[in-house]
Design a protein around this ligand. Structure first.
Ligand SMILES: [Fe+2]
Length: 220
């Protein structure tokens, strides 16, 4: 069985043009405000605000239509028991360096600490390591709900567009199995599994690429 035997959920949305969501506000708040001030009852209230204080951070709000991250087929190449590591780079590994960073949110837009992310992908030649754990690894979000993967840009293999597989699980929650995609890939238009909702934001950073993606999972 191969990935392309599954029915995809592709949509005609324009590539890389997702609107700014209200979670962006939350992310800005995460950067600007210590986490304890954002959790529980710690969100700043107007009645606590003195004229001499700096402007209040907008209260995180989450009805922006940013639905839970859609699931996708696991494909034939997942292997359990990957090593825990945030970098999949190994000495001599060929390929364009890539970082993928972002947050895992629960359904109410709260960041999920200690969420599991298990990544696996093809090498730059489009091959998966099915005997060892090359380009496979899992990690956990930090207390801010943030993760960061260091890897290479995966290569292409027949019938599929460029993608990274991932499983995401909030502590005690269900496992989300999905895939992440790259904007501007010609095969995004022909891969039946491709879903524009799973496009990463990708920018060039010197010889490397930097990508971001935020997950919204159940159980967070
Ligand atoms: Fe794949």
């Amino acid at each position: 069985m191969t990935d392309d035997e599954h029915t995809g959920t592709g949509t005609p949305e324009p590539v890389g043009q997702r609107p700014v969501s209200r979670k962006t506000l939350l992310k800005a708040a995460l950067i600007a405000v210590p986490m304890p001030a954002l959790l529980g009852s710690g969100v700043a209230l107007a009645r606590d605000h003195r004229p001499s204080d700096p402007p209040l951070t907008p209260t995180p709000y989450c009805d922006d239509g940013d639905d839970p991250t859609p699931p996708q087929t696991e494909g034939p190449y997942f292997k359990p028991h990957s090593p825990e590591r945030a970098s999949l780079l190994e000495p001599g590994m060929r390929g364009t360096r890539l970082t993928v960073s972002g947050y895992v949110f629960g359904p109410t837009c709260r960041p999920v600490a200690h969420a599991l992310l298990d990544f696996w992908q093809a090498d730059t030649a489009g091959a998966y390591d099915n005997t060892g754990f090359r380009l496979r690894g899992h990690q956990y979000t930090d207390v801010r709900g943030a993760f960061a993967l260091t890897t290479i840009v995966p290569g292409l293999y027949p019938s599929r567009t460029r993608h990274i597989h991932v499983k995401v699980q909030a502590p005690g929650g269900p496992i989300l199995t999905t895939q992440l995609y790259f904007p501007g890939e010609p095969r995004n238009n022909t891969d039946p599994i491709f879903n524009a909702a799973l496009l990463m934001n990708v920018r060039q950073a010197g010889p490397a690429k930097q990508a971001t993606f935020d997950f919204v999972v159940a159980g967070g």
